[in-house]
Every structure is written in C-alpha cells, then in structure tokens.
Design a protein around this ligand. Structure first.
Ligand code: NAD
Length: 453
C-alpha cells in the first residue's frame, strides 16, 4: 500500500520504518526540515535501538519530505503521528493535529483515503479531525468531500527503547472507525504483523511464543478510550507499588519481595510493579492528565487516576527528602545524578524524573552533576539554562560528590566500578532511585545505601 505518515518522531518514524520494512511504500513527512535532512542522509533524529539498521533495510520503500503538498495524493492511508503535548490546563494541545487535518483537506485530491489518528488524542478527536478535513477540502476544492475520506483511530502502544520490537511483535493492534472501509484497509495494511508472515530481522528475532497478533476492531470512541485507559492503568500500577513502598519502609518490609509476591498472581502480573522514583516520559503524565480533563467535560471525576498522578509527584519529593534525611544540609552539597533519560534505551527527556529532581536540588542550593549514556546532547540543547553540570562519564559525576542518585537504570550503571567511584566521592552515599543496584556489594565498598523502601 502507499502510506503517508505525518510526524516523524518516536511514533511516526518507528511506524514508517516498520511499514516500509514490511513492503509498503511509505512517505514520512515532518515540518522540521532538519529532521528530514538527517533522515535523508540515513541518520535518525532520535535514539532507538536498531532503528538505523531497520531504516537501512527498509530504505528502498522509504521517502522523506517536509511538506504535505504532493506527499499525500497517492496515499491509500495517511497516518497522523504529530505530538499532542499537554497544554497548561492539562488538556492536550491539539494545534499540530488540527494543522495537519486542515493540510490534508487542502492537499488531498485523490478519490479515497483513510486518515488514521495514531497520535494519542482525546476521545471525540476522530470526529473533529473528520470535520476539519472536510471543511478544509470544501474551502480549497470548492466542492464537498463526499466519500473521499474516512477517519480511523489506531492508537500506538510502543515503548520507547523497544519500539521496533513492540511494533513488529505487538501484543495487539487496535483499530477504530465508524466506517467499515477504514477497518478493511487497516486490516490489509497490518496483515503481515497480524499473521506474523514477514521475515524477522536478524537483530529483532521473533519471540518464540508469539502466535497471531489479536486485532481489536471497534468504533472510533472505543479505540480512543482504549489508549488512555491502558496508559492510565499502567501508570496507576506503578503508583500503587510506590504507595505500598512507603508503608514497606515504615514496617521494614522488602518492597522487591512484596512486588514479586503480588505480581506472581496471574491476575496481577509482575511487570510495572517495581518501586522507584516514579514514571516519566511523554505519555503517562500527559495521558492521565488528559483523561482527568476529558472526564471533567462530562462532569466526572477520576479519583483513582488523579491519585496515581499525586503519588507519582510525591515520589520525586521523596528523593529530595531522603537526601535531606541523610545529608542533613543540602545547601552547598554536590549531588551526582546517574541517568537523565526517563528510562533506559531512549534519549527522551520529556517529563523525565531527572529533570525535576535536578531542579528541586538546584533550588535547594545543591550543585548537580549529571551524566547519561545517550541523552547528554539533547539535555544540553533542551536544558542549557537549568544550571546542572554536564559530565562526560559517571566517574566525573562522582568527583567530590556528597551523594550519587541512580535515576535511570541504564544497564551500564549496574556494571560500574563503584569501588573506584567511592574513592572519588566526598561522602559515600548512594540513593538507588530504581532499586536496581546490589545493596550488599555497595555496602562492602563503604557506601551508605538508600533504596526506595
Ligand atoms: N513516544 C511514545 O512513546 C508514544 C507512544 C504511544 C503514543 N504516543 C503518541 O504519539 C504522538 C506522537 O508522539 P511522539 O513521541 O512521536 O512525538 P514527537 O514529538 O517525537 O514527534 C512529533 C513530530 O511531529 C512533527 N510535527 C509537528 N507538527 C507537524 C506538522 N504540522 N506537519 C508535520 N510534522 C509535524 C514534529 O516536528 C515531530 O517530529 C503523541 O500523541 C503521543 O502521545 C507516543
């Protein structure tokens, strides 16, 4: 099929590369010309494992361009994958979505295309996008768009860091539309994934036990709600274990064992039950906030989702409180943060706990030294004014530090020579924000180890 994807960020680019790899002809469009120039040179603007490799394999089927005109006309399917960041009031900012919808109406001159919202959009946005496209089409073509467009929702569930794996070997594919033609087109598009008939890339082997990938084919509103409800559930699972970790700390229980003991119940599951400094990233915060805000439009409250948000923000204060408890005075202290990205294997800093924690510590008069294996460049571009000291290595972060905080559980941080690091520190305090380090080993090297719980 001919596919156009508008927005080549974490979602759009992953989707485009995967669909190109499966044999579809894909045009990736982004208004950021620098991104397009980089992509044309075979490089990727984001860090995502194996993306460069898969992009090279899919290259004969990929085209990159920076404007809609001429890039949507031959399409059978147009995906919208632009950002929907949070507006100050917590609702999603839909200005990019609306620009793109109008642009499609203006530039599409073919007979029939399915427009798919892959961006996470509030419930009801499918209908809104449909009306924007039609309005713009009529305005620019001087006639009504009768039957030329239909709109679908195809929420994305990929996790940054394993985005390609999650796309090729999805747990499920959700498509929603009130027009059966859209559902048929999307079924054909995703067939190689649903039936797992494609040859797996050598570096992304097919999981052994994967069978046919379930397809949830539903109406627009249900597909849109599935995305929000899924993210809110994952977010509250994390907040739940973090809340339990407070009590565990008071009663002297081991939260890792508690999490395991809960999670081995098949109804619950072990994933997302690791206590730590809480979630970050571009989705959970924004999507839980959007859910609360949508509910408000219907005079509903969402106390469970709101509580998950509150617990998450409390976790970040807890880091500062724990350091204060240990060091007594924070003013003038040097604190080293290991990890900036909101999780390992990505360079994404959106709503990363490290940024919030660095700000809180700097506000309290600390010097904050930071390191990340892949996100340093992005950090320097996006947070130059924060006042943190960028270090080239974890060793440099440890220099004269009064405490180290493990913020992102990059595998390489687990393997650090903590004995050598200790020798460079002023005080041997380590706050393991992810409960990922070996307490006994660190204690042997003379550290005062503080975990979450
Ligand atoms: N990142 C994730 O893990 C993830 C997972 C699931 C769903 N989502 C959702 O997918 C959507 C995209 O997220 P993302 O992380 O890929 O965002 P992103 O910010 O990485 O990418 C968005 C891209 O859209 C481009 N863009 C903006 N306006 C444009 C326009 N008018 N024309 C063309 N391009 C335009 C931007 O330049 C940018 O490259 C969001 O709604 C997000 O909530 C994200």
């Amino acid at each position: 099929m001919n596919v156009s994807i508008i927005g080549t960020g974490y979602v759009g680019l992953t989707t485009g590369v995967c669909l190109g790899y499966l044999g579809h002809k894909v045009t990736c469009i982004d208004s950021d010309e620098k991104k397009i120039a980089l992509l044309r040179s075979g490089k990727t603007p984001i860090y995502e494992p194996y993306l460069t490799e898969l992009m090279a394999e899919a290259q004969p089927n990929l085209r990159f361009c920076s404007n809609l005109a001429g890039a949507v006309n031959n399409a059978d399917v147009i995906f919208i994958a632009v950002g929907t960041p949070p507006a100050p009031d917590g609702s999603p900012d839909l200005r990019y979505l609306s620009q793109v919808a109008r642009g499609i109406g203006e530039h599409y001159a073919g007979d029939f295309v399915v427009v798919v919202n892959k961006s996470t959009v509030p419930i009801g946005s499918g209908n809104w996008v449909d009306s924007l496209i039609r309005e713009s089409y009529e305005q620019h073509h001087g006639r009504k768009a009768n039957g030329n467009f239909c709109v679908a929702s195809n929420p994305e569930f990929l996790r940054e860091g394993t985005a390609l794996h999650d796309s090729l070997y999805a747990d499920r594919v959700v498509v929603g539309s009130d027009d059966s033609r859209a559902l048929e087109v999307l079924y054909s598009l995703y067939r190689p994934i649903l039936d797992q008939t494609f040859a797996a890339p050598t570096y992304l082997p097919r999981p052994e036990r994967i069978g046919a990938v379930p397809l949830i084919s539903t109406d627009l509103a249900s597909a849109e709600l599935i995305k929000y409800a899924a993210n809110a559930f994952l977010a509250l699972k994390i907040s739940y274990i973090n809340e339990i970790s407070h009590l565990a700390e008071k009663v002297g229980a081991d939260i890792a064992q508690v999490g395991k003991g809960i999670g081995l119940d098949a109804r619950i599951g072990t994933r997302f039950l690791q206590a730590g400094i809480g979630w970050g990233g571009s989705c959970f915060g924004k999507d839980t906030s959007a859910l609360v805000s949508t509910a408000k439009e219907y005079n509903l409250t969402m106390p469970i989702v709101q509580a998950a948000r509150d617990v998450n923000s409390r976790q970040r204060d807890r880091v500062v409180a724990k350091l204060l408890g240990e060091l007594k005075i924070l003013k003038g202290r040097t604190i080293g943060l290991l990890g900036l990205a909101f999780k390992p294997n990505t360079d994404d800093l959106r709503e990363a706990p490290a940024i919030d924690i660095a700000k809180k510590l700097i506000d309290r008069g600390c010097k904050v030294r930071v390191h990340d294996p892949v996100a340093m460049e992005r950090f320097q571009q996006e947070y130059a004014t924060l006042g943190a000291i960028c270090c080239d290595s974890p060793e440099e972060v440890a220099d004269e530090a009064d405490a180290l905080v493990l913020v992102t559980e990059w595998p390489e941080y687990r393997e650090l020579d903590f004995e050598a690091l200790a020798a460079r520190m002023h005080c041997r305090v380590i706050l393991d924000g992810r409960n990922a380090l070996d307490r006994a080993r660190l204690t042997r090297f003379g550290y005062r180890y503080i975990g979450i719980a």
